[in-house]
Design a protein around this ligand. Structure first.
Ligand SMILES: N[C@@H](CCC(=O)N[C@@H](CS)C(=O)NCC(=O)O)C(=O)O
Length: 231
């Protein structure tokens, strides 16, 4: 995968997975094109022909004929490009370790919590509690490690941002939605985080935590407003 691929890498996303694409591909400065589609269509053609597991994100690089799915595999592009990573042995393995923890420890628990909170046909409090407490535990692990680092280098590995830090952002960004709790509450007790700065900047710009302008309650309402503006 070249830094400046002549043909754009196609990034398949639904609204739920935009963060990875924007964050990783923008940070790497890669030539890419978003192929956004409806979440309801993840298990249908044409997406299922790209990712037989029917989950976003997935990417297709027409320059190398590489198709990749699983966000962990996509983050490894950083390693290939030697960007947002380390090339030293210890740090390289540490980046890998945190990525594995994200894939096995953060993603599935956050995902299941979201499922039992929002999509499961029955309300099963014990399942919600189990996953919500795992979320808090995982956040505690990250917090403990970051809090022990010097204030100028609060990154999971070494003293700079790597793909390991980035991998945790998309789910953390949706924490309020997953736990069905206000933004301030879900982050209580976790002071060492860029999210605080983000929240302040968003607030100054008249935006809510999810990027929707203040005064607009739902994404549906927001989409309708945007559509009305575009017509
Ligand atoms: N381990 C996968 C998980 C991807 C995943 O769960 N994506 C969700 C959206 S955030 C999805 O596509 N769900 C569709 C479905 O479960 O049918 C990864 O990290 O890429």
């Amino acid at each position: 995968m070249a830094t400046n691929p002549p043909k754009p890498i196609v990034v398949w996303i639904t609204r739920r997975s935009w963060v990875l694409a924007v964050f990783l591909f923008e940070e790497l400065g890669l030539n890419y094109r978003i192929k956004s589609f409806r979440f309801d269509d993840v298990k249908k053609s044409p997406f299922i022909d790209v990712n037989p597991n029917g989950r976003v994100p997935a990417i297709q690089d027409p320059n190398t004929d590489i198709t990749l799915w699983e966000s962990g595999a996509i983050y490894q592009i950083s390693s290939l490009l030697h960007r947002l990573t380390y090339t030293t042995l210890k740090e390289k393995h540490q980046c890998n370790q945190w990525l594995h923890f994200q894939m096995s420890g953060q993603g599935p628990y956050f995902g299941q919590c979201g499922w039992f909170q929002h999509l499961h046909p029955e309300k099963i409090p014990s399942a919600i509690e189990r996953y919500a407490s795992e979320i808090k535990r995982v956040l505690g692990v990250l917090e403990g490690v970051l809090a022990a680092k010097p204030a100028t280098a609060r990154w999971l590995v070494g003293d700079k941002m790597t793909f390991a830090d980035m991998a945790f952002v998309p789910w953390n960004f949706r924490l309020s939605e997953v736990l069905v709790q206000p933004w301030d509450e879900v982050w209580a007790g976790m002071p060492h985080r860029a999210m605080e700065i983000r929240a302040r900047l968003m607030d100054e710009q008249g935006l809510q935590w999810n990027g929707v302008p203040k005064g607009i309650e739902t994404f549906t309402e927001y989409e309708a407003k945007i559509a009305a503006r575009e017509t």
